[in-house]
Design a protein around this ligand. Sequence first.
Ligand code: SAM
Ligand code: DTB
Ligand code: SF4
Length: 331
Amino acid sequence: MLHSELHRLYHLPFFDLLKQARAVHEKNWPEREVQLCTLLSIKTGGCSEDCGYCAQSSRYSTGIQREDLMEKADVMEKARAAKENGSTRFCMGAAWKGVRQGTPKFDQVLDIVRDVSTLGMEVCVTLGELGGEEARALKEAGVTAYNHNIDTSREHYANIVSTHTFDDRLRTIRHAQEAGMSVCCGGILGLGENKDDRLKMLETLSGFNPQPESVPVNLLMPIKGTPMENNDGVDVFDLVRVIAVARIAMPKTKVRLSAGRYSLSKEAQALCYFAGANSIFYGEKLLTTKNPGANEDMRLLKELGLVAQAPNPAMDAPEADEARPLMPCII
Ligand code: SAM
Ligand code: DTB
Ligand code: SF4
């Protein structure tokens, strides 16, 4: 969607924007369903990259305990527990710059994916940069979706990371799409960006061909020791507006209310659901930071009359529109 249209939507009177987003949501989604996803950090800390928000970058003293790639049996135990708790998507994250075909660690990840994919949940991984070969191997092993966020606008990206570029991120996303995986790609609010950066991020995401299957909207979890530890918080109405505009610009995308729910009130979360959020990370830990407890989330869903979405592990990736260029935003 064009920047001018996103801008117009964002600046509508609050309730007009909500009404429009709700109408799009109701037309495209079973309105009461929320997908529950569980996150697991399978390799923690010690990352070579300098993403200014991240607890796991080796450039900052954040006090995170480094942990090697988890054993498959331990991952399976967590995955089974997630399924029993009602999660339909299991997302495994690794603090790597990227992965390379033919390396022992990548083989180990493929082995983990093969086993997790037998459990009947959607399997998502986020491992950093991918080439075409790696993307095809992950798809073949049973990955449903690849998470790789653009985080912010192209213009602001260099202010938050210097060790890779916005275009590096887009190339990885393209490789994941070409291999037939769904793409989970979103960003973080609270990185010192302005409203225009947020709209530019939505312009890039909604311009993907195909649009992402899911868009995580994260609020910065300020991490002590990182350059962003003292960043200003994000206004709740700004968050709701971003979700509503994302819903309108990407009607068939799951909008995932991601990091930052821990500090959101029940009422704020309810507004996010109303505006079009239909997926959350479920379970008391994200990768390294806190998330609301599962009981608390269940209670809120119940209070709002919302239900957990059924799993769809055989889900096909969205298809590209052949009349439009693939990845139009890449330079
Ligand atoms: N290394 C891989 C990568 O960068 O894509 C995968 C792991 S990385 C931690 C996954 C995503 O988590 C990041 O792209 C970022 O959007 C989000 N994230 C990391 N730290 C965060 C924080 N402190 N607050 C909010 N979101 C964060
Ligand atoms: C995403 O966009 N958010 C999740 C998931 N994708 C991998 C990660 C949030 C991490 C929050 C900070 C932490 O726990 O370290
Ligand atoms: Fe953190 Fe991923 Fe950046 Fe590494 S590449 S510092 S894990 S966000």
